[in-house]
Design a protein around this ligand. Sequence first.
Ligand SMILES: Nc1ncnc2c1ncn2[C@@H]1O[C@H](COP(=O)(O)OP(=O)(O)OP(=O)(O)O)[C@@H](O)[C@H]1O
Ligand SMILES: [Mg+2]
Length: 505
Amino acid sequence: MTKLIEVQHITKEFPGVTALDDISFDLNEGEVHVLVGENGAGKSTLMKILSGVYTPTGGNIIIDGNSYSHLNPTLSQELGISIIYQELSVINELSIAENLFIGRLPTKQVVGVPVVDWKFINGKAAEMLKMVGLKKNPSTVVEELSISEKQLVEIAKALVMETRILIMDEPTSSLTPEEIQRLFKIIRNLRSKGVGIIYISHKLDEINQIGDRVTVLKDGGLVGSKKLSEVQSKEEIVVMMVGRELKDKYFSTRQSSEDREDEIIFEARNISTPDQKVKDVSFKLHKHEILGFAGLMGAGRTELMNAIFGAGKKESGSIYLNGEEVQINDTYDAVKKGLALLTENRRETGFFHNFEIFKNVSAVENLKHSKLKGATGLINTNSEKQMAEQQKEALAIKCTSIFQNITELSGGNQQKVIIGKWLCANAEVILFDEPTRGIDVGSKSEIYKIMRQLVDDGKGVIMVSSELPELLSVCDRILVFRKGEISARLTSAEATEEKIILAAT
Ligand SMILES: Nc1ncnc2c1ncn2[C@@H]1O[C@H](COP(=O)(O)OP(=O)(O)OP(=O)(O)O)[C@@H](O)[C@H]1O
Ligand SMILES: [Mg+2]
């Protein structure tokens, strides 16, 4: 077996944090090596050392018999390393084709002058899009794409180059099951050609479908490596990751139905959006209830949440809070009236880049108490800090302090900060759109526990999720969405994976 890459005793220090501590790791030709670990374990940092973005504090990287103390992005590319970053790096303002070739636009000679070879670029881009299953014209501007489509562009971008070592940092976090299967086909095909793949995921169910070997990191240290053929169960990996067994105790207890007696705290009537992604949708949410929205990606659930929250256009429909109709024209109205929305695309719409954690956590609460839609208003820094400390504790946010800049946190910990922001906004009804995307297994159950606590305290919780096991174990009632309409309404007693899939397709 030929080793494509070997890292020896790699250490990486950031101010106040040892992100990696004496890590050794290797990748063979034609191997899928899965890398797992809790949020902040050091996975992305290790990958960024291989893509040349970070310089390690100590250790070596061996490629083709040469030893390097560090790489840089150009060298890494020349050595045949491609990376799909966890935080999508596509540029919204450019076309798909431009994104695929950014920084390396192929040229041709026209009367002795090099000009960009658009014919080649568009042809190659079309081929790549077909491969990843994205039915779009290469000239489409990326801004117009949904989050899952952007993720496909990110994947296509890594495939354009001749790659020997392909790094995928959570490539499937917002893909549909169908898209995931297509990606696995691409991975198997690359593997058969000898490409080595490092695959990072929090979806533990998918790793034994695709991986040959798994390595677990914890708090920057190496826990161990195993052949996946020798791993008996998912729980074995969870124990390595978390250091203990997890028991899911947050099964819904209430067998609710829409005509239950509990007071209705929220109601949406006849909601439609101008693009007809949501068609005349009505539903009620009771006090003490977690209501789930199931459905395929693209079914219109996010559009419904956005329309309710004033973040997207509503063509018709009305919204009632505690029995009274409320006018919500924009997100500011929504926040003032007591709604909260945790968006699915958190990296773009979820946080204030380059701000400290505590500023991010308190942002909504501050907005609520300020005048002129946030243009003025007193900010009480002490209570801000208190709120942030509370959320840091509750969600186990891994950071050096609440004064750390959010951009320095690991992907999953950034998500937790945004969840914390909405939790302390003290909203009556909270809409969670894919709340556990990118979150590690241990923290997931913490988030479920918090949701249950919220409804026990009399709030209403709506959860959109593409993960059926999560919906089934957390929600009291599940509405299934199909093509902009509710196709089934199930109580937790009635709901099964089969019934939901049937109603969703
Ligand atoms: N640029 C940076 N400056 C300071 N600290 C950083 C920086 N990048 C990462 N860290 C810290 O290094 C640690 C490891 O982060 P990393 O992003 O590698 O985690 P991860 O395993 O990828 O987690 P996740 O599953 O949440 O993506 C974290 O404590 C993080 O806060
Ligand atoms: Mg990461």
